[in-house]
Design a binder for this molecule. Structure first.
Ligand code: RIB
Length: 306
């Protein structure tokens, strides 16, 4: 059994490529625009599915023109959408994104229908969830639903992976302690641990604290510097890859989806991290979020070039 459940968001990404952010009151021409399927939960689900994983998605779409496209997109990648439901009278989630010419981004999110994914939706999908080897959650849905997913996983012996993005202050220590995997970036780790995280060394100190508090495996994504593991299996680093980045949007989600796909295949954390570092590096060489995620064949070809 290696099916992955993603309990999380979907968004319509409205991506504007800019030279710089406009000042207040200023109207500024931007060089390009693209619309795509995004949302951290959906991105992670699609990354895993593109790499061949069997994925069950729990999410909510709105009552608008975006909903059909989002559902069709999930289905195009073979994702099980039985529990992706429409919410009447509510907009789908949208994310205006601004990507600068140095590849870095700024993102606004409007949760819309995503805020309507509730613990009852997990109960409704419980039989399907019990067939999964891993539950993956992020923080673009209600915290109560995230906590319920963690409790559900614990109660049913299903490992839970939390990607604490976007960063939210004041997460419940009791729920964090029940996690099998916590995969933050450096700023998310700083917020959760309350410690300064500005180097791999300080990331290791913060990660050790969370492991001491009960989390089994903490994996810190370090961008171009790779990723760091602290947990039951000791401590190790996976080096980053040097690539020419064009758009970093969704690189963290690429990491999570690829990690989930690989870990559920053989439970080898170091191998899954190595693949995920490569997959995330590959994603930043393309434009957009899901559009920059390679399938297994294209990813294998990429790895031969680095
Ligand atoms: O992590 C990138 C994602 O963040 C984008 O796809 C956007 O939708 C926001 O959720």
């Amino acid at each position: 059994m290696n099916k992955i459940a993603v309990i999380g968001s979907n968004m319509v990404d409205l991506i504007t490529y800019i030279d710089r952010m406009p000042r207040q009151g200023e109207t500024l021409e931007a060089p390009g625009f693209a619309m795509g399927c995004g949302g951290k939960g959906a991105n992670q689900a699609v990354a895993a599915a593109k790499l061949g994983a069997d994925v069950l998605m729990l999410s909510k779409v709105g009552d608008d023109v975006f909903a059909d496209n989002t559902l069709a997109n999930f289905q195009r990648f073979g994702i099980d959408t039985q529990y992706v439901n429409r919410v009447p009278g509510v907009s789908s989630g949208v994310a205006p994104i601004f990507v600068q010419s140095d590849s870095h981004n700024s993102i606004l999110i409007v949760k819309g229908a995503n805020a309507h994914l509730k613990p009852a939706d997990i109960d409704a999908a419980q039989a399907a969830l019990r067939d999964c080897a891993l539950i993956v959650v992020q923080l673009e849905i209600d915290l109560a639903t995230v906590y319920y997913a963690i409790e559900f996983g614990k109660r049913n012996g299903i490992p839970v992976l939390l990607n604490p993005a976007p960063a939210v202050a004041g997460l419940s220590p009791a729920h964090l302690a029940q996690l099998d995997f916590l995969i933050p970036n450096e700023s998310e780790l700083a917020l959760i641990s309350g410690l300064t995280v500005d180097s791999p060394e300080s990331a290791a100190i913060a990660a050790r604290q969370l492991v001491a508090d009960g989390i089994r495996h903490v994996i810190v994504t370090l961008g171009e510097h790779g990723a760091l593991y602290v947990g039951e299996e000791g401590e190790f680093r996976v080096d980053g890859l040097s690539v020419a980045a064009r758009d970093t949007t969704g690189a963290g989600d690429a990491f999570i989806g690829c990690f989930a796909r690989n870990w559920t295949q053989d439970r080898d954390i170091r191998r899954a991290m190595t693949q995920a570092v490569g997959y995330s590096a590959c994603s930043v060489t393309g434009l957009g979020t899901q559009t920059s995620y390679p399938d297994a064949e294209a990813f294998a070809a990429f790895l031969k070039t680095v």
